[in-house]
Design a protein around this ligand. Structure first.
Ligand code: BGC
Length: 740
């Protein structure tokens, strides 16, 4: 539709209709014979409001959505189609690894392809927008939602945000099989105090701009059509009412002109926050802050009219918000094609098709991070007695908490796959114990918790598992968190594995010293005991529909692990938040030995995490040689000046392997304290046995900019050091100078 016609449409709409465009309700309101219960009933929307509702969340299925679209267009006085939005966080039905696992691939093209596949499955099911990517920077493993982000690094998160937005939207979101992206949760939702969900965020303005905002900005730059507000406060103002954040920073500064949507119920939560007296004031604050769509609360529909009549909200503010929603519908082509790609044939053809499964398998393979290996891996393909033990041995649900459409029936368990793929060993499979105790309170996105054993059955199963372990050559322990232990509303104060599983590990370690532990989890855990008792540790995250294949092939060496940690594994919970790009203190700790009590250290634990950012092993053996830079001076005044930094990487093993070559830069002295180093680039390369490759990074002045003492984003002349290596602990930097 032409812009002029959109304007005409807007002018012709009644106030109720306009306000209706700003309401988003769940699909339950639009089902035939809908009976609403619980919170959905409590919101108390009227039939008239439902008839004018502009967007719908959490519904999918081509047939159903076509019907809902028909119903909405029939009841809406101008027959305006609805927007359908859904949380497709790491796959629609073909589930990819949880985002933190995808972060560990260090392979943005793969992540982009995954997003494009998710878009296709989402689009054919009738949905127009996914509430993804989550670009929140996460440094606190207690927070359940670290699973939904790609990790602790600002640069890496930006790279992935861009990749996902491009994957979902393509070049034109109107094109077939594309969906709109929604960058969330703006802003700094990943920093709740104490790691506790929905908690206050306290962050300096500098850190906010320097570390927390860049990834969202990459999403905006990549053309994301929508952004979601966060539940938290910033500077004691809830984001949903934060005018400066939304209008000055997001819109003016970052240039976002798409639709800003509140998080679920967040407008009414302004009352709980204590900054609005009631729904009316909440509506006023949110719309004036620039929030266009209110998700799942009705303060806009109940109050905006009155607020406009009384002059507390300008008519132009309402028009502007409605126009953005109409523009988005137009961008998606909904006025001409209200069902967009919704098609039952499409669902049949594409959902879980071979190509999608293959991509999910590849992504899962590259997300696995080998944390320890004394040579026990890869497992031999014949002549061994291997006992696979633990609650993930026969579990098909290797999904995270946000895989809403996932179905265990779509996947295979490791116990089904291994004997078929690698038939020449002897295998035993023992489930051994429940993932978590039967009575665990796991409030997440599902209300039921299925456990396999009663207490007595579990005791017998553990006993049997220990006997099996004693008779085996090798034990592969498959343990982890329950998928509902991470995700929204899943913050924890203890980041160790569930107790029963640790008991299992301990008992098995007494009878067999050849233990390979495979971990399924959505957050970095304190795995000191696992490390101590295992000969190898493979971090599998929640690897998705094809996860069991990826794990099996990696254990047996058909696939060579190439994932690297995108979030540090803390030594223990007392260390969090922990991140590699920390700041130099006035009393740095030089060595792990206690030489000086009065330096920045703990009395009882080391400063270093158990596994650092960027870390991960391979079955290949890589060396880095001939680190060099093309020159030692970079001139600010000389436009397009750059330095080339190179290294030669050699694979000395007899297996093909992928290595993530990482570039870190340290700004030695600044007008404000600078991080000890920052990731500025990486390249994932594949090396044949005995092959060498030279990897070159181009360093420009732009990469050295930061918010200086006056909050100006610029570089400062002086010394810099370059570290190229296979993880963030690389020392021996090469120095260069930035000059005027
Ligand atoms: C979450 C969002 C999500 C929304 C809609 C909220 O509770 O914070 O990330 O997109 O629900 O399901």
């Amino acid at each position: 539709m032409e812009k002029r016609k959109l304007v005409e449409l807007l002018e012709d709409m009644s106030m109720e209709e306009k306000i209706g465009q700003l309401l988003q309700l769940t699909g339950s309101y639009f089902m035939e014979d809908a009976v609403l219960t619980g919170p959905e009933a409590e919101i108390g929307v009227t039939d008239q409001e439902i008839a004018c509702c502009g967007s719908v969340l959490s519904v999918h299925g081509a047939k159903e959505l076509r019907k809902i679209q028909d119903r909405i267009m029939k009841s809406q006085p101008h027959h305006i189609p609805a927007l359908f939005m859904l949380d497709v966080i790491h796959g629609f039905r073909t589930i990819f690894p949880v985002p933190i696992g995808q972060g560990c691939t260090f392979h943005p093209e793969l992540v982009k392809e995954g997003a494009s596949i998710s878009a296709k499955e989402t689009a054919v099911s009738g949905v127009h927008i996914t509430f993804s990517p989550m670009s929140d920077l996460c440094r606190d493993a207690r927070w359940g939602r670290v699973m939904e982000g790609t990790g602790e690094d600002k640069y890496l998160n930006g790279v992935y945000t861009k990749a996902m937005v491009e994957g979902y939207q393509g070049k034109d979101v109107k094109a077939p099989y594309k969906v709109g992206a929604c960058v969330k949760h703006f802003a700094a939702y990943g920093l709740p105090e104490g790691g506790r969900e929905y908690n206050t965020v306290e962050v300096s303005n500098r850190t906010l701009f320097e570390d927390y905002l860049p990834a969202y900005k990459e999403g905006v730059k990549a053309g994301a059509v929508s952004v979601m507000t966060s539940f938290n406060t910033l500077d004691r103002i809830p984001s949903t009412a934060n005018r400066r954040l939304m209008r000055d920073v997001l819109r003016d500064n970052m240039g976002f002109d798409g639709v800003l949507i509140s998080d679920y119920g967040a407008v009414m939560e302004l009352v709980n926050h204590g900054i609005a007296e009631d729904g009316k004031e909440a509506a006023k604050l949110a719309i004036n802050a620039g929030v266009d769509i209110e998700m799942m609360s009705r303060s806009y529909v109940a109050n905006l009219k009155e607020l406009i009549v009384s002059g507390e909200v300008e008519q132009s503010v309402l028009n502007e918000a409605v126009m953005r929603v109409l523009t988005l519908k137009n961008q998606l082509g909904l006025f001409e094609h209200p069902y967009k790609d919704a098609s039952e044939e499409g669902e049949q053809a594409y959902i879980l098709c071979k190509e999608h499964r293959e991509a999910a398998r590849k992504c899962a393979e590259e997300s696995l991070v080998l944390l320890e290996n004394d040579g026990i891996l890869p497992l031999k393909k014949q002549g061994q007695h291997i006992a696979f033990i633990g609650p993930y041995v026969d579990n098909k649900e290797l999904y995270g908490a946000w895989a809403l459409m996932a179905d265990g029936k779509d996947a295979k368990a490791l116990s089904e796959i291994v004997p078929l793929l690698y038939p020449n060993n002897g295998y035993w499979f023992e489930h051994a114990c429940n993932i978590v105790p039967k009575d665990s309170l796991l409030s997440g996105l599902a209300s039921t918790l299925e456990t396999k054993y009663t207490e007595e059955e579990e005791a017998r199963a553990m006993e049997r598992a220990v006997e099996t372990a004693a008779a085996a050559d090798i034990v592969v322990l498959m343990m982890g968190e329950h998928r509902l232990q991470t995700g929204e509303a899943a913050a924890v104060g203890d980041i160790t594995l569930p107790k029963k599983q640790l008991e299992l590990l301990e008992r098995i370690a007494k009878v067999n010293e050849n233990i390979v532990t495979v971990l399924f989890n959505g957050r970095p855990l304190d795995i000191r005991e696992v490390k101590e008792k295992s000969s190898a540790v493979l971090e599998a995250w929640f690897p998705g529909t094809e996860g069991a294949y990826a794990v099996a092939d990696t254990l047996f060496g058909t696939s060579n692990p190439s994932g690297r940690l995108s979030m540090s594994f803390p030594y223990c919970v007392g260390q969090v938040p922990v991140h590699y790009d920390e700041f130099a203190t006035g009393r740095p700790k030089e060595t792990e030995e206690v030489e000086n009590k009065f330096c920045s250290r703990y009395e009882d634990i080391p400063n270093a995490p158990l596994y650092p950012f960027g870390y991960g092993l391979s079955y290949a053996d890589f060396t880095y040689e001939y680190r060099r830079i093309s020159k030692e001076q970079l001139k600010i005044s000389k436009q397009d000046d750059f330095i080339e930094a190179s290294v030669t990487v050699t694979n000395h093993s007899d297996v093909v392997g992928m290595e993530v070559v990482q570039l870190y830069i340290q700004d030695v002295k600044g007008s404000v304290v600078r991080p000890v180093k920052e990731l500025k680039g990486f390249q994932k390369i594949c090396l044949e046995p005995q092959e060498s490759k030279t990897v070159t990074f181009c360093i420009t002045e732009k990469m050295l900019r930061f918010y200086d003492i006056n909050m100006e984003y610029k570089s400062e002349p002086g010394e810099f050091r370059i570290y190229i290596g296979h993880d963030s602990t690389q020392s021996n930097g090469l120095a260069f100078h930035l000059t005027k």
